[in-house]
Design a protein around this ligand. Sequence first.
Ligand SMILES: [Zn+2]
Length: 418
Amino acid sequence: MKRLAAIFVLAVLVGSVPAAFPGISRGSDLPSAERVAEYLYTHASGGPWQSGPNYSWSHEAGLVRFAVPPTVRLAEGMSKRERAISMQAIALINRALPFDQHLRFGPDAPAGVAWDWKGGLPDVPDGQIFIEFVDGNPRGGRPGSQALGHQATILEYDAQQGRWEKKHLRASAVEMNSVFFRDRPDWQAVSVLVHELIHGLGFAGHPGKDFADSIMEDSWFRLNGSLPDIDMAALQVLYTKLSEDTEPEDISAQSLGAWDDESTDITGVLGPVSFGVRHANNVSVPFTSGSEPSKPLAESGLSKTRVVTWRGELLGLTPKLRTVAGTATVSVALLTMCGTAKFTNLRSFPVLSTPTRRGGVRWGDGTLDYEIRVGSNYLYSTGGDAGVVSGSFYGDNHRYVGGTVERSDLTAAFGARR
Ligand SMILES: [Zn+2]
């Protein structure tokens, strides 16, 4: 009897549920309130900031953010790869933010209007961010730069301080050099685009040499399924704790309020992919990490007529921090690069408790279904249940996929194996 039971358990582990068992842990060390305040101050100060050894620039003082989450629009005419890179960059920023502060996604924008930054982006409507890949260097900015993010702000004169200050972030635009990024790895374009988007969301400057771990100091910092801790923490403060405009003198560690410098994590591991959710400072952040394949999925050598399926596990947190676990199945038709992401057997468990293979109570109706599209090595949802799915293929020969599911009632990540 005992032997039979043991064999049964082994069969279950080897068979349908390949992911390593998840764990709850005291998580990672996060930046201190002092360090986050220092980062915020450099952006609020107005500069001057450095970009490379021979170029510096400055702005009016003041740290501004969008009053309500902005709508991002991609310029018409983007290639499928550029679109997938843009979706991944937007997803990385949204993973750092609580769901109600996520960037919204709008219809394609007309091409050719993201450049008129000296005129204050007259053709970009209020509350919007345009992203465009252009045939050559972006117009304006540092000579020779391959990407540019610009804010259209409204200024007011502060008689007490004797200076003009940024009071309102009206709109933003990002330009990327399409030719330059065409022959470079995906992650470089994603990293640079995230850097420019964060300029557009409010952080106008570069935080300086003491912040070598920031995507805002080093736009070639290799992102792997999440933002660097410092940028994540600062974006969270900007969009959840600060008002629409903040003067540099009002920024201090105390102004951040109660501050967690350690997170609670729920993490799963599947081969070289780890995935999970980190919770700190009232924000649940889903993450994935792994090694990027050397070729796009379309060039993987897998037969083009196939529908390829990856199976694994989902782990998540509800807004009340109950843990959620279930099965993840991602399928892609290689001919069309369209497919589905399905999550089944979704169960919830008590607050921050470790999920078990059995047990828990059914979460929702137990399933979530999404239609997805793949560009290069990134996937993003195009329809289905409420919420957004994004992810990346990982490992040699695209053997793995990792991604996130974000909804008002669930923040989750998944890993799966082909
Ligand atoms: Zn920059």
